[in-house]
Every structure is written in C-alpha cells, then in structure tokens.
Design a protein around this ligand. Structure first.
Ligand code: G3P
Ligand code: CA
Length: 253
C-alpha cells in the first residue's frame, strides 16, 4: 500500500458507534443504533449476551440494574421477561419504552445500513454462545465478508478462537486493556487467528500500531469520549475509532 499523508489517514479511519451513538441515546438500544446510522457511523458496536431461555440479547452489563428499571442478572430473565424492562428511561424521559434489543432484530434492521461490530460479552457465562452467534449469521448468509461488514470481538480469547473456527471467513478481534497482551510474542499468537487487536486508547502508540500492521492485523481503539482524544489516535495511524460520539471523528470516504 502507498503511504498515506496524515489527512488521508483521517479520511480513511472508520467510525464505530460504541453501544450505538451512546452519547446521544441510551446505549445498546434501537434508538442508539438508529442515531448512529443517521450520524453515518461506519459500524455500530453491540454487546451480546443470553437470557435464561437461551435467547441472544444486546446489553452491556451482566445485570440489568444500571440500564433498565429492573434488577438481576441477564441470565436470570427469560426473553419475555427481559423484554418488559424499560431500557431507555435511565438515559432520559424521551427514551422511555426503549427495550433491550434481541440480537436477531439488530441484525435484521441494520445489516446493509451500517457495519456491525459484535462483542461476545462475558461468553464464559453463556456456554455455546459462539455457535449461536455463528448460526444467526450463517442463516442470514452474513458469514460472507464480501456481502457484509461484520466483525466479532471479545476480551475472552478462547471464545474468539472458537468463533473463528466456526466461521473462518468472518473477521475477528481481540479486546484488551492489559499491556502484557501487547508483547511481540502475544501479538504473533493473535495473528494466527485474529484480524484485529483492539486495545483501550491508553495503550496506543504509533509503535504499537506499526507492530500490529506489520503482522497483517488492524487496530480499533476504544473508547473516545472527548473530542481532543481523536487527533492523537489518527496520528498514531489507527484503523478504527470506537466512540460514544460518532461526530467527533472525521468522516471516512
Ligand atoms: O468495543 C470496545 C469496547 O466496547 C470494550 O469495552 O466495556 O465498552 O464493552 P466495553
Ligand atoms: Ca463492548
């Protein structure tokens, strides 16, 4: 590839709306995802977990306490029960009545409108979730990267390896906030299955970006919540910026 001038780098970076445009609407709701599409985000990022009856739902925390009017573990609710919770009012009265989305409805509404970065959140709590996510993608023909912008990521590297073995054509990423995961040795191991190494922004340097690129991988960085955080990441040469505020990032071409 031809070396890009800094402004060209800025034009090429992809914007990923973290839990949707979660600075402007309640995280991981259809309202936040629709807002992200309106703001022309290249991807939405979603956190996937499972209910007591094994249905895939989109929520970040392992409990419903922070983001809904209910209490208890996600895994203690059936789908019917969890769908009755209000997942919008915590953010503001305008969003009262927003529901915890199902994974299926997010795929069906947003495929083709924006990319989807799927995080397997705490997959160790949900044995078999890799197969379930893979099946949901396959049955929609979304396991063909030429047709779809889909990436699957997790902090759980074993889970990501398992998913990669199930659907090798779908790009996968490893998430980390641990500096010890970014040694040459660890990066070389990630490169055997992963397409992305996605660290917290505190760990990002131009040198790290170059080491990841030299191994043929890309780097998506999280979580930008201040406008001034963008420029240093563009300078370092990151591929994607994961942010609650998609409008903080220069639009890609
Ligand atoms: O996409 C990266 C980011 O979502 C990882 O952290 O806690 O927001 O899921 P968290
Ligand atoms: Ca996440």
């Amino acid at each position: 590839a031809v070396m890009a001038a800094p402004n060209e780098k800025a034009d090429r970076v992809d914007t990923i709306a973290h839990r949707g445009a979660s600075g402007y609407a309640p995280e991981n709701t259809m309202a936040a995802f629709r807002k992200a599409v309106k703001m022309k985000a290249d991807y939405i990022e979603i956190d996937v977990q499972a209910t007591k009856d094994g249905k895939l739902v989109v929520i970040h925390d392992n409990t419903v306490d922070r983001t809904t009017d209910g209490t208890g573990k996600v895994s203690s609710f059936t789908l019917d029960e969890i769908r009755q919770l209000d997942a919008g009012s915590f953010f503001g009265p305008d969003f009262a009545g927003e529901r915890i989305p199902t994974f299926d409805e997010v795929l069906d509404e947003f495929r083709g409108k924006t990319g989807i970065l799927i995080e397997l959140k705490s997959p160790e709590l949900y044995p078999g979730i890799e197969e379930q996510v893979a099946a949901a993608l396959s049955e929609r023909n979304m396991d063909k990267p030429a047709n779809e912008k889909i990436i699957v990521q997790s902090f759980n590297f074993d889970s990501i390896k398992t998913f990669h073995e199930l659907l090798p054509a779908v790009p996968v990423g490893v998430l980390t906030s641990n500096k010890n995961d970014l040694t040459d040795e660890k990066l070389a191991e990630f490169a055997t299955y992963a397409d992305y190494v996605n660290p917290t922004q505190k760990l990002v340097t131009e040198e790290l970006v170059n080491r990841i690129h030299d191994l043929g991988m890309q780097i998506s960085v999280w979580t930008v919540r201040k406008p001034e955080e963008v420029e240093p990441l563009l300078k370092a040469g990151v591929d994607d910026i994961i942010t609650d505020y998609p409008d903080y990032v220069p639009r890609n071409k």
